[in-house]
Design a protein around this ligand. Structure first.
Ligand code: ZN
Length: 150
């Protein structure tokens, strides 16, 4: 419900501030509801968010709402691909407890470490967090445990 309301508000705001001409080439811009792009690690991402697009030069008007949608959809896609390709039942994950032992830190320290949150693929399942082994091993070697999931 909250997301629906947020979208409705965003649309109203977009309409109010709708600029009719492109900043770059001066052509008349169009209001679009959908934006899609290819993420290097997650593949095709489609977001539903009102924004302005120039049909001639392709300039796109972004705002913070759209960045929020982008973050949300990428998160959703990452989760979907992890569940699909790295099933948690196949024992490919470390529990938060195992992680704390491996790192010689407390569970809270792991949970609040932003490098861990960004660079180690993890899933929140049944109220607990689990970390993909492969991603953690990569992170230990190169400080970045992200890799192509598609
Ligand atoms: Zn343009």
């Amino acid at each position: 419900m909250l997301r629906k309301m947020k979208k409705r508000l965003a649309m109203k705001r977009a309409k109010k501030f709708f600029v009719e001409y492109c900043d770059k080439c001066g052509s008349k811009t169009m209001m679009k509801k959908e934006y899609s792009y290819t993420h290097p690690l997650l593949g095709m991402i489609k977001i539903l968010c009102y924004h302005e697009e120039c049909p001639i030069c392709g300039l796109t008007g972004w705002d913070y709402d759209m960045l929020g949608e982008k973050y949300f959809e990428e998160h959703k896609q990452r989760r979907k691909l992890l569940l699909q390709n790295y099933n948690p039942t196949a024992n490919e994950y470390f529990s938060l407890k195992q992680m704390a032992l491996l790192e010689s830190r407390t569970e809270n320290e792991i949970l609040s470490d932003s490098a861990f949150n960004i660079f180690v693929y993890h899933l929140n399942l049944n109220g607990t967090r689990i970390y993909l082994k492969k991603s953690y091993e990569m992170f230990r070697k190169s400080h970045d445990g992200r890799f192509r999931l598609v």
